[in-house]
Ligand binder design. Structure first.
Ligand SMILES: O=C(O)c1cccc(C(=O)CC[C@H]2O[C@@H](n3cnc4c(=O)[nH]cnc43)[C@H](O)[C@@H]2O)c1
Ligand code: ZN
Length: 353
């Protein structure tokens, strides 16, 4: 049974500070953010699915023995997203959940290949996410942008399809800012995807592949050298290579750290063993993210509480973490200044109480 991985050690008043702290999230997956309510509702529409409809049973279903098991469960939820209406509902409700946590800006990772290969029309898919993005900004004030990622295990056919959807001006959505690579890393060498990342970068997109989540530091090096990564998804194994840590710090290449995700997928054994402290000690820019929050029994607020404990942060330290994410984002300069200003104003008011 996946208990909500609330970190009981974080002081209660810091949790209150975190709850209303304006935040940006850079590493959070579209389908992976489907709330238990949404998943249950979609599962009820599709009785053929093995995904439970009962929230209690769903919590057990979201308990993973290893990363491969996580991907199997993840794909069973992907199978529930069958129509453009499902896509729009999911996207708008994910935005609602982000807004509830004072997430003012999020770069949501979407895997369009997984939906188009399951029969959703590509134009209808793009219209659905864009409709939801504009409605969410109007209704919740939360700004969404998209990262399109290649499910690497699906191979070069998936890479070609994802690069086409991301670079064809007749299809690419207005909110698209970056291009990624997700799924299992073992046996999915990063260099083979260079041509697709080159096309995406030439089309003005930023490179943000997962790397070093379930494989060693060489995968991170490959993401940097072959895929020209501007940020690294997870990068957990970077802590095994002091030269890599020094490179990340010197070139200010941020890591999208997802602490609870790494525990839930068994990539890291315990939170106290998570290398986030090593990253900070080496001067690497760290951003805090939830990855697939309902699946991992967490949310972004809880990830900030975990970070406050592991890094021994007070309100000012947490505000700096939040500003790291704003600065590492691909939002325009005016948007960055606005959210950074909100963080500073909120923190000053909190400390002056
Ligand atoms: O869609 C398919 O048909 C398909 C076929 C083979 C393999 C895949 C995938 O591997 C999809 C993986 C899916 O998982 C997403 N994701 C969510 N969280 C994470 C994470 O922490 N690490 C890596 N991948 C993650 C990813 O965005 C892919 O969409 C699909
Ligand atoms: Zn991820």
């Amino acid at each position: 049974m996946t208990q909500h991985l609330v970190d009981p050690h974080a002081p209660r008043d810091l949790r209150a500070f975190i709850a209303d702290l304006p935040k940006a999230e850079l590493h959070v997956h579209h389908v992976g953010s489907a709330s238990p309510r949404i998943v249950s509702e979609l599962a009820a529409r599709h009785p053929d699915s093995k995904v439970p409809t009962d929230p209690e049973a769903l919590a057990d279903y979201f308990t993973f023995t290893d990363f491969a098991h996580f991907i199997d469960v993840y794909l069973s939820v992907v199978d529930l997203i069958r129509t453009p209406e499902d896509v729009r509902l999911l996207t708008y409700e994910v935005a609602r959940d982000l807004a509830r946590q004072r997430v003012r800006y999020a770069e949501l990772t979407i895997t369009p290949f997984s939906s188009t290969r399951r029969g959703i029309d590509e134009r209808a898919f793009m219209d659905a996410i864009e409709d939801a993005r504009k409605a969410a900004e109007a209704d919740f004030g939360t700004v969404l942008r998209w990262c399109f990622d290649i499910p690497g295990e699906a191979g070069l056919q998936a890479a070609e399809e994802t690069a086409r959807l991301a670079t064809d001006d007749r299809l690419r959505p207005e909110g698209l800012v970056s291009f990624g690579l997700g799924g299992p890393e073992v046996g999915v060498e990063r260099p083979q995807f260079k041509p697709y990342f080159d096309r995406a970068i030439a089309a003005g997109l930023h490179s943000v592949p997962h790397a070093g989540e379930t494989t060693g530091p060489q995968t991170v090096w490959d993401a940097l050298t072959h895929l020209r990564a501007e940020r690294i998804g997870h990068g957990t194994s970077s802590a095994q290579d002091p030269k890599l840590l020094a490179h990340l710090a010197e070139h200010r290449i941020p890591l999208e750290v997802c602490p609870t995700s790494n525990i839930a997928t068994r990539a890291v054994r315990t939170l106290d063993e998570h290398p986030i402290k090593e990253f900070v000690r080496a001067g690497v820019v760290v951003t805090i993210n939830s990855d697939d929050p309902p699946m991992f029994g967490t949310d972004l607020d809880n990830e900030y509480a975990v970070a406050s404990r592991l890094l021994d942060l007070d309100e000012r330290g947490l505000a700096e973490l939040a500003k790291n994410a704003v600065e590492a984002s691909f939002l325009d300069a005016a948007g960055k200044a606005r959210i950074a200003g909100e963080i500073d104003t909120y923190t000053a008011q909190w400390l002056s109480r």
